[in-house]
Design a protein around this ligand. Sequence first.
Ligand SMILES: C[S@@+](CC[C@H](N)C(=O)[O-])C[C@H]1O[C@@H](n2cnc3c(N)ncnc32)[C@H](O)[C@@H]1O
Length: 318
Amino acid sequence: MLVELVLCPISLAGAAAYLVKLKLYNQPKGISGTAYEPFFGRAMAHGMGARDDASAYLLAPGLPALSPLIWWLLMWPTGLASRIAGYKPALFAGPTTRPAKLMQMMALRNEFFDETLREAAAVVEQVVILGAGWDTRAYEQLKGADVRIFEVDTPATQQAKVEALNAAGIDSSHVTFVETDFNQASWLEALRQHGFDPARTTYILWEGVTMYLPEDAVRETLACVTDLAPGSRIAFDYFANELIEGKGALKVLAWCFRVGIGLTYGEHFMFGLPMRTAARDTAAAFLESSGLTLGRYETLGAEGKLVIFYGFAVGEHR
Ligand SMILES: C[S@@+](CC[C@H](N)C(=O)[O-])C[C@H]1O[C@@H](n2cnc3c(N)ncnc32)[C@H](O)[C@@H]1O
């Protein structure tokens, strides 16, 4: 932390340059801003030797709100602190304790999706990364796997990603890119038009997306999974509706999120589920109303013990 403190002018210069490029270049083109946050978390974990993601490091300099210099300014201080002192902030660096603590939020998120993807990739025939953003699992864990891989996102975000992949020399020939808008079109229909076969078992990675959608769009996406072959599943995360609505004990945290996400990225939270009591049962009932069965489930913090606000679930079509 001392090294980080001494070098913080470098990190701050990187953050300022990133925000300027985000506002002037990224947002006007309609490219996702919130896709950077989880990406930074995964890249940071790689830089500290906590999780392999070399593709994230290669991809980063070509992303629209970054550049080789901005990326270096953002990452070098923490990377150096990590090399000198073995510094690994719990926020990014797993393995996490279970139940995970608040400070392990991003590490838990990475672990949940990495683990459910690893388990599924051994048994399903197709993987869909829905709202893929800057996710690089298709070029890391799934490289060489015997599955068909589809990445789905809005046209602007996806085009920017494909350009960055090409600039980085990352082979994406095993990935089919599909453009859609969850609010306006059926992603399943868009996938079908690109060779996706609903009769084959599928794992859908839907990370960091539900909170930005209206409830109807979340329900529609979950219901689509029942049109796929039995054995198909969707892994997703969601926030507590107490956080979305800024109520009770989560009022301050909600304000921080609202200011941070709203001001920085111009995006807003919309969807959440009650988590104050019986979070698992509530998630199960919500999935059931869309025809799915709750499989693996976790929360940040012990269920029923803390005021929890972040849940991770797998909805299975049995
Ligand atoms: C917070 S980012 C998460 C990205 C990635 N899944 C991750 O966790 O690193 C949300 C992603 O969902 C996509 N997205 C948001 N709303 C969408 C919509 N209506 N249609 C299609 N994609 C959308 C954004 O473009 C962005 O890539």
